[in-house]
Write a protein that binds this ligand. Structure first.
Ligand code: HPA
Ligand code: ZN
Length: 332
């Protein structure tokens, strides 16, 4: 079988996707209209033209503007359900979804409204689409430590529905150390921990995520390659990196997909996984990411299987479920 044909046949887990980043322009217009919210675009064409980013911040500005259309619980449901339909099409059988409550609570939307809408879609996806999922609440790192503490407090009544706590938004100037204390509390509450690090920020941010936040996974982490001692540690600890190839291309973390380091990192023995990050903004969902790297880096069937296996190994699924999917992949 050709590698491009194998992609669709492999069960996959997605470990790095921002639910607000799955907001397709068509749905954004529909929801904005029914809520009477103004978005800064006249039509869908204009939205798509605005999606020319030169760095992370130029993307985030547009991403937060789009999220303003989301007001009611049903909006969060519709957004999340639409993402699950993409998962089904790509044979993503498990997903660990980031959500950014502060993007919404800062506009006066209740934490509960956001969570309940997303959660109801997760429960329906389990029943109707047989896709399992977990939720990861992310703190916005451009906001204060105090704001993160408040958000953690709001999450506690819903603890049973939230698997992990993460860290996203503008990386440069907001190192993981800024949030050391709030992540210590999150760990004490029993949450698993992830953090965006080494996307635009330097390898030192990855060290901080490991040593100060005590993460279970690093989100992005591609700039770890600049520090050999760090690479040795990631290999030794089998610390997963949730890599997002189309995101890296769109945000100019790499100039050309042929220069992407995911294959080199895989060959060095790092537990790299493939993910879509903000698929509505970056040009594709899970399989589009697999296709892009397979073409640019000439990935083999064994490479693709290793990446799919890594996605389950690095997931927060119970061990028996991990093994179930890994065996299926090995038999493919
Ligand atoms: N990096 C940081 N913050 C984000 C991203 C990202 O790629 N996507 C959505 N929020
Ligand atoms: Zn991300």
């Amino acid at each position: 079988m050709r590698p491009l044909d194998l992609i669709q046949k492999l069960p996959k887990a997605e470990l790095h996707v921002h639910i607000e980043g799955t907001f397709e322009p068509e749905l954004m217009f529909e929801i904005a209209q029914r809520n009477g919210v103004n978005i800064p675009f006249k039509n869908i064409e204009e939205v798509k033209q605005a999606y020319n980013f030169h760095n992370l911040q130029s993307f985030l500005d547009i991403y937060y503007a789009g999220a303003n259309a989301l007001i009611h619980e049903q909006d969060f449901y519709d957004l999340t359900w639409a993402y699950f339909e993409k998962c089904k099409a790509d044979y993503v059988v498990h997903t660990e979804i980031f959500f950014d409550p502060q993007t919404h609570t800062a506009r006066g939307i209740a934490f509960e409204t956001v969570l309940k809408g997303i959660l109801r879609a997760c429960q329906d996806a389990e029943q109707k689409l047989e896709i399992s999922s977990q939720l990861i609440l992310c703190f916005l790192r451009h906001l204060s430590e105090e704001d993160a503490f408040k958000t953690l407090e709001q999450a506690l009544p819903f603890k049973q529905h939230i698997a992990g706590i993460g860290l996203d938004s503008s990386e440069l100037g907001h190192p993981p150390s800024k949030f050391e204390r709030v992540f210590a509390q999150a760990r004490a509450e029993g949450f698993l921990i992830v953090a965006h690090a080494g996307e635009e920020g330097p390898a030192s941010y990855v060290w901080e995520a490991l040593d100060l936040l005590k993460v279970n996974r690093i989100d992005h982490g591609v700039r770890s390659e600049e520090d050999d001692e760090l690479l040795q540690r990631l290999i030794k600890e089998r610390m997963p990196l949730t890599v997002c190839p189309l995101s890296n291309l769109k945000l100019c973390v790499v100039d050309d997909m042929k220069q992407h380091n995911i294959k080199r990192l895989l060959e060095k023995g790092i537990c790299v996984t493939v993910n879509s990050d903000d698929p509505a903004y970056f040009g594709g969902y899970m399989n589009d990411n697999f296709i892009a790297i397979t073409k640019a880096l000439n990935l083999s069937n064994d490479d693709l299987k290793a990446l799919a296996i890594n996605s389950f190994e690095a997931s927060f699924l119970p061990e028996a479920q991990k093994q179930y999917w890994i065996k299926l992949i090995q038999a493919e």
